[in-house]
Ligand binder design. Sequence first.
Ligand SMILES: Cc1cc2nc3c(=O)[nH]c(=O)nc-3n(C[C@H](O)[C@H](O)[C@H](O)COP(=O)(O)OP(=O)(O)OC[C@H]3O[C@@H](n4cnc5c(N)ncnc54)[C@H](O)[C@@H]3O)c2cc1C
Length: 408
Amino acid sequence: MELELDKGLRSFQDEIRTFLAEHRMDELAGVNVEPGYAGQQEDWGDDRADAWRRWEADLTEHRLICPQWPEEVGGRGLSGMEMSVLNEEFHRAAMPRVLRGMGESLVGPSVIVQGTDEQRAWFLPRIIAGLDRYCQGFSEPDHGSDLAAVETRGVVDGDEIVITGQKVWTSGAHQANVMFVLCRTDPDAPKHRGLSYVLVPMRLPDGSSNGIDLQPLRQMSGASGFCQEIIDGARAPLFNVIGGIDNGWRVAMTTLGNERGGRATTQHLRYERELWELVDKAQSTGRHEDPLVRQDLAWAYTHVQLMRYAGLRLLANLAAEREPGPEASINKLFWSEYHKRFGNIAMNLLGAEAMIRPDGPGYRTSHWQQVFLMSRAETIFSGTSEIQRNIVAERALGLPKGPVADSR
Ligand SMILES: Cc1cc2nc3c(=O)[nH]c(=O)nc-3n(C[C@H](O)[C@H](O)[C@H](O)COP(=O)(O)OP(=O)(O)OC[C@H]3O[C@@H](n4cnc5c(N)ncnc54)[C@H](O)[C@@H]3O)c2cc1C
């Protein structure tokens, strides 16, 4: 099954192919994250970091950063089909997309759907330009899956909102300058109401903390990719409340829908590349002759193909403008469970080598050790597998809601 491209899409494909052929930078071939990305261990060196900056400038000039966003905020208004073609072409050319993290994948889509014109005009170009880097302040020590029970308070004070409470597991908080926070603005309302979604600056204009004490947390991979935060009177203008005061649950649902389903049409590309790397490893070490290794690799291949077909089906739905159902949860469940097992497969294939960390400063881990360790987290973040199954049970199978204790 291949994408049938109509005339318009074929000419778009030609345009992107030509751009990539004329502008490619060999220093960045095969690279897929920007320098300084959390958890990245290799030293980039000045040349590659400089090439990245030039690549970023080139993509900005051609409106190829956040190109799915409307033209009036700096995007190109690309459709789901065009984005799929674009991602395929970058993948084929082995050139990296410049992505804007949670700003692009979570905050932007939420501001586009739930924000005002003024908010769109202010926040979105700043994300494209890389001026604002976001982290997600949803989870709290006692409220992860039961997100609607968050206790962090937001109190309106004149034309500002003042936030006090505690957040945890905030990925990339040490690299972000804005946190999108879900906080309780009406403690007397039922728990899904009385919440607000606020874009809170991490620091004041003079560079000092905006009442947010960042405490890095170390993961079992050795990296400190996330933090917990004690928030004591952090201030944000009321302009930064998306969707209006007490209306944050709806905005949070838009964010979570994008978090769980947003990569569905293209994620197979990443897993396909990773799988072929493992197949190469099996061949170069002679492990490909082991019947169990062959079984595992074939299992992984079929699952990546299933992801590809699911992505194509989703694209067909997008093209036909059909309403999405519980696909976002099915998607999250499928890729995260796949990848957890893939991590095991990689470790089994490497055998004893998997148990030895590479030499070097800090707590270094090899590429495959990283894949294995990080895959353990993937069935937890963005909503655990149990939570996704609950959603599938309710929305796909039509079963009644499960009993949930109110922890407040
Ligand atoms: C690597 C990583 C990065 C993260 N990044 C962020 C981030 O950037 N921002 C952020 O806000 N959060 C982040 N999180 C937090 C993540 O969203 C939560 O860990 C997750 O929602 C689960 O919440 P919890 O840890 O409180 O577990 P709990 O909610 O306490 O759940 C514990 C166990 O109970 C199960 N369970 C809970 N409720 C139910 C139910 N109703 N039915 C069946 N089973 C249930 C869960 O599946 C789980 O197995 C991150 C987590 C990880 C691991």
